[in-house]
Design a protein around this ligand. Structure first.
Ligand code: APR
Length: 175
């Protein structure tokens, strides 16, 4: 992977609801009606209008993504994607996780977003192993960005130091 693409990807530790890229990604569930973890945090910070808009979307399939406004969030848009639940790796989980990142970035491009922040999709309640998830995420993001200069910057916003380390390593070792 050429250095310019890698230089457009950043790994930070923080709370994604406080960031102000064009779009933040929500690790949602297929109902899109909110939940715990980062989903709960995003809905709390965005306010009730987010849920109102989500109710109109009719849910979302695992690996796909849907976009809403950001309402009270500093980010203009929220891109909601249900990640795969880890069941041991034999139920297409890796391909579905890759698809989450590509689907979100595709929606970001279609909506004129230049900067996108992701949480670590599926590595919380959905128990996707962090080392595998980080490699899949970074590879999917870098692959997309190498073909899409319109996405100027993607950040992984990691909630804790351990998660950040895995994503930093994945970026460091990206071929
Ligand atoms: N900012 C950034 N990252 C966060 C935040 C936050 N405010 N809050 C939690 N995280 C991190 C978690 O620490 C974890 O690393 O997001 C990552 C994803 O964890 P989850 O939120 O549990 O998401 P996931 O594993 O994809 O499970 C999704 O959980 O909350 C429910 O409705 C959601 O059913 C869905 C499921």
């Amino acid at each position: 992977m050429d250095q310019t693409v890698k230089s457009r990807i950043e790994i930070i530790q923080g709370d994604i609801t406080k960031q102000s890229p064009d779009a933040i990604v929500n690790a949602a569930n297929c109902s899109l009606l909110g939940g715990g973890g980062v989903d709960g945090a995003i809905h709390r910070a965005a306010g009730p209008e987010l849920l109102e808009e989500c109710r109109t979307l009719g849910g979302c399939k695992t690996g796909q993504a849907k976009i809403t406004k950001g309402y009270k969030l500093p980010a203009k848009f929220v891109i909601h994607t249900p990640g795969p639940v880890w069941h041991g790796g034999k139920q297409n989980e890796e391909a579905l996780l890759n698809s989450c990142y590509v689907s979100c970035l595709t929606l970001a491009s279609e909506n004129g977003c230049k900067t996108v922040d992701f949480p670590s999709i599926s590595t919380g309640v959905y128990h996707f192993p962090l080392d595998k998830a980080a490699k899949i995420a970074i590879s999917a993001i870098a692959g997309y960005m190498s073909r899409h200069p319109e996405i100027e910057r993607v950040r992984m916003v990691c909630f804790d130091a351990r998660t950040k380390e895995y994503y930093e390593n994945a970026l460091e070792n990206l071929k």
